[in-house]
Design a protein around this ligand. Structure first.
Ligand code: PRX
Length: 653
């Protein structure tokens, strides 16, 4: 970490916006000054300007019972109406909402009017199935327009969606369905990935096979036309939509009505259901989408490459862009199918002007080389964004130079599933950019970097990132577990003089100008390709396999994915002769894939005879990380048996 910090401190390249970009910037300096003068008044104004309220709010923030916040809570709105109907009513019904591109090359252009009609039908279907405000609907779909329709239809009737990334296994799906007690699942026969039709419905069938779940209906979108097993609870999406009216009047719901639950990994084995509500969430995603991406909805074509199964897809594929009436690209498949220039081809085809993606993708493209993007016309691009993990200055430079034609601003945006929307980012027409730094809190958000003692670290120093004031799109809790919400985020700095501070779990450093540089997680959460995984969750999965006696998992540096999963396992004595280490590793990697999903599959599994532990029995993952990253092993004096690390290192050579 210290090498990395030194490197960052010597990063002195600066990129001010071009005079042309600055001159037409959507954001102006007054955002900062207004927010500094009256933070709550600023957010109230944004909420009124950016959204349609069926019933205007009179209260901005209720923070009388921290850490449980209420924003705009006596106001009423309909989230889907804000993303759809109002644009049609304003005369923009013909504007394209989605340029959808399927992996095999099929495509659909869907206008705001068409999307509104689809969502109305889907809302009528859900109502017909007995789904009511507050009920939970699980969505397990590929990146097809129906994913957006399904989310908005659930929102339209005041119900709560829980989108589960299509790469998660049947078991992960089941635990999320159970935790949220979902009544309906919306899935597809399959989707296209890496040139193949990949089935999706079998995972839903397996998840619900025992017959004792809360789910009464499974709606199945036909995408690939592959064979599917059919159960009594299954209904075809297209048949149901064809059988209902396309009239549906959006009803208002309270600003604090739950909008969605999204599961994310924490430091323990069980994923947390992060709960977001309506008015505050929509305000901040619309505000950040407009100002961080300098959005001009009548001209821009926006493309956020995230899957809707993650928070980035929720906030910057669905809610932010649609609330702002933007035109965007939605792509089903992988970046390298059928050829390594696929993304660049899509940018050329749709004249994408704003691209938002993750450092892991940028590093992959760097490895492939600039000849691929250079085959395509990327001159439509005028702004680039990054999210998900720290972007190393070299990747930032490559992104700007090769993809952005040495011209476009690059915004590095820091935020989390929990924060709901962007919290730290340059504003591209205002900020002088520094490669590798997220830089400044957005207007209206209060961030600090503090030491373990709770004191501000001062310029030039590192510490822990905290949010010092409640913000509109903040999580409202962990589904069904208020205690865990308090413990995870608020207990560490609960006695701060101005109320509890939100502890994000990230380390950060302030440079000499006071700009923020993110340094990665400080807890047992890994970041693989911008996706969060918990060491404990993968360890539990490994230990659940019959051959494993004990397991420890660490996130080790990886040039492409940021971090990679590296596991150390002790095999049960009875199993040690049964199979070769290579066979056991292969079996365990497949086992984790089946239990959690392919994103959690360990890059390496090392079979060891002992694990390094303190006298109190705690596994010292720090030392295992040293081994996994090929570093000299750090301080071992607190180990119960100091010779262990030599044995482990020796066994790995
Ligand atoms: O460690 C930070 C990292 O991703 C974590 C949040 O993960 P998740 O909830 O899955 O959301 C990812 C997309 C918003 C953070 O705690 N992270 C996210 N963005 C950045 C980042 N780290 C450094 N720089 C970023 N721009």
């Amino acid at each position: 970490m210290s090498v990395q910090i030194d490197h960052l401190l010597h990063e002195s390249r600066r990129f001010p916006p071009s005079p042309e970009f600055a001159a037409s910037s959507v954001a102006t300096e007054s955002l900062y000054t207004d927010a500094a003068a009256d933070r709550l008044g600023f957010w109230a104004e944004q909420a009124r300007d950016l959204l349609h309220w069926h019933k205007p709010f009179t209260r901005t923030l209720d923070w009388t019972n921290p850490p449980f916040a209420k924003w705009f809570d006596d106001g009423e709105l309909n989230v889907a109406y804000n993303c759809l109907d109002r644009h049609v009513l304003a005369g923009n019904g013909d504007r394209i909402a989605l340029h959808w591109e399927g992996e095999p090359g099929d495509s659909r252009a869907i206008s705001y009017a068409q999307l509104t009609t689809e969502v109305k039908r889907a809302a009528n279907v859900l109502l017909g199935l007995g789904v009511r405000a507050g009920d939970r609907v699980a969505i397990y779909l590929p990146m097809i327009p129906e994913a957006v329709v399904a989310m908005l239809a659930v929102a339209r009737i005041g119900a709560v969606h829980s989108v589960i990334f299509g790469g998660f296994s049947a078991e992960s799906l089941r635990s999320r369905i159970d935790d949220a007690e979902a009544v309906v699942v919306i899935t597809a026969d399959g989707g296209y990935r890496k040139g193949r039709a990949t089935p999706l419905k079998p995972a839903v069938d397996a998840a619900l096979a025992s017959g004792d779940s809360s789910v009464h209906t499974v709606l199945v979108v036909e995408r690939t036309g592959g064979d599917v097993e059919w159960n009594e609870r299954d209904k075809w999406w297209h048949e149901e939509l064809a059988g209902v009216s396309d009239e549906h009047e959006a009803q208002p719901f309270p600003a604090e009505n739950p909008l969605f639950i999204l599961y994310t990994s924490g430091t323990t084995g069980k994923p947390k259901g992060i709960l977001h509500t309506s008015g505050g969430y929509l305000t901040q995603v619309a505000f950040t989408h407009k100002n961080v991406f300098d959005l001009k909805p009548e001209k821009d074509v926006f493309w956020c490459t995230a899957d809707v199964g993650w928070i980035t897809g929720h906030s910057y594929v669905v809610y932010g862009p649609l609330a702002n009436g933007a035109t965007q690209v939605l792509y089903e498949g992988t970046p390298d199918t059928p050829h390594p220039g696929r993304w660049w081809e899509i940018i050329e085809k749709y004249k994408v002007s704003i691209l938002y993606t993750a450092p892991t993708a940028i590093r992959t493209f760097m490895k492939i080389g600039r000849q691929e993007p250079q085959k395509f016309d990327l001159t439509s691009l005028r702004l680039l964004g990054s999210v998900g993990e720290p972007i190393n200055p070299e990747a930032w430079m490559w992104y700007r130079e090769v993809i952005g034609n040495q011209l476009t601003p690059v915004v590095d945006t820091w935020w989390q599933t929990e924060t709901g929307a962007i919290m730290i980012s340059a504003l591209p027409g205002l900020t002088e950019a520094k490669p590798g730094a997220a830089q400044v809190a957005i207007p209206g958000v209060s961030i600090d970097v503090i030491g373990e003692d709770g004191e501000h670290v001062g310029h030039g120093n590192g510490g822990l990132l905290v949010v010092t004031e409640p913000w509109p799109s903040m999580l409202r809790g962990i589904w069904g577990d208020p205690e865990r919400y308090i413990e995870t985020y608020w207990e560490k700095f609960q006695d701060a003089p101005n109320g509890p501070l939100y502890f994000a779990g990230d380390g950060a450093r302030l440079d000499r100008d006071g700009d923020i540089w993110l340094l990665g997680r400080v807890d047992d959460v890994m970041n693989v390709s911008g996706h969060r995984l918990s060491t404990a969750e993968i360890e539990s999965s490994l230990v659940a396999h019959g051959v494993v006696a004990e397991a420890a998992v660490v996130g080790a540096h990886d040039d492409t994915t940021g971090q990679a999963v590296v596991a150390f396992v002790i095999i049960k004595y009875s199993q040690t002769d049964a199979a070769s280490h290579a066979d056991i590793s292969a079996v365990l990697r497949a086992h984790v894939t089946l239990q959690i999903g392919a994103i959690a599959r360990p890059r390496e599994i090392h079979i060891v005879t002992e694990l390094p532990k303190t006298r109190s029995g705690k596994i010292m993952r720090r030392l295992l990380r040293d081994v996994a990253e090929g570093r000299e092993i750090g301080d071992t004096t607190t180990l119960a048996d100091t010779s262990i690390m030599q044995i482990i290192s020796a066994s790995m050579r």
